[in-house]
Design a protein. Sequence first.
Length: 308
Amino acid sequence: MTDLLTISGLTVRFQLRDAVVEAVTDLDLTVRPGELLAVVGESGCGKSVLAHALLGLLPANATVTGRAHLADGPVDLLRCGEKTLAKTIRGRRIGLIPQSPATSLTGVRRGRRLLAETLKAHGRDPGLADHVAEQAGLDPADLHRYPFELSGGMAQRLATALALAGEPPLLIADEPTGGLDRPLVEHTLDLLRSRCDGGAAVLLITHDLAAAERVADTVAVMYAGRIVEHRAADEFFRGPGHPYSRGLLNALPDREFRPIAGHPPMLTALPEGCAFAARCDRVTAACARRPTGTVACHHPLTGAEVLA
Ligand SMILES: Nc1ncnc2c1ncn2[C@@H]1O[C@H](COP(=O)(O)OP(=O)(O)O)[C@@H](O)[C@H]1O
Ligand code: SF4
Ligand SMILES: [Mg+2]
């Protein structure tokens, strides 16, 4: 099937007074209709910046280059301009469940009115508000509240309902399970999965590998602004190729429950070679050159050593 979204060479830089933040670098990704692609990685590796770049939501100190081609009424998201993004893309063709929705929801309307207006703006029956709230796991009784009266988990579910209102063919869910307890995490993940099974594409951004394992078709691992591994989810969870991916998996409670030692590098002072070198137990002199490929590593894991 043809790709719905094709991102090539996406690069985002933030200009600070005396430094440049290399937030996303030369990122290539594709998503097909019906595919759930999980973008995973530790905090600060550029996942939310990726989402915001696609939707034109970055602040003025950002410079974005590359291409992000959305098929079906083709458009390059990085070049089409704010007017097109606002009128025809955001909410209609791409829905966003933002990270920290409690801060992005406007406080002046009650949840039901917010949802009904959003449904109406997308040409749907405003009377569906309760139904869409329920789909998102939000008790319709809570729709009478103002956003500021909602708990973090309720705000998360309202944001999910708002993103579903336009039935967008592509949904970007940025940490959609943050602040939810386990049953609601599962409800939200199953909801995303059911969107895909209905033909939509979902970009699930998460630091929660267990969430990705439950629902993803494909996994892309981000480290220091780059994709370091990208492959089918079943292969990935059976045996990742990148030492960083193995570290993420070994940190899971049902595996070794052992976090990766050290911290990601500063994005204002990235090394020339492999950005993971300072934390990697396989590093050699070759790693001073930047690795490329679908597993961006000079010494990828193979066979039996994969989960050793
Ligand atoms: N407006 C900004 N100005 C400067 N740096 C920023 C800005 N927004 C994000 N960053 C930096 O970009 C990097 C990636 O952030 P982000 O995409 O939010 O990470 P995450 O993977 O946790 O979602 C971080 O180092 C963050 O500090
Ligand atoms: S390229 Fe080298 S330092 Fe980087 S992950 Fe691979 S082995 Fe480790
Ligand atoms: Mg984020």
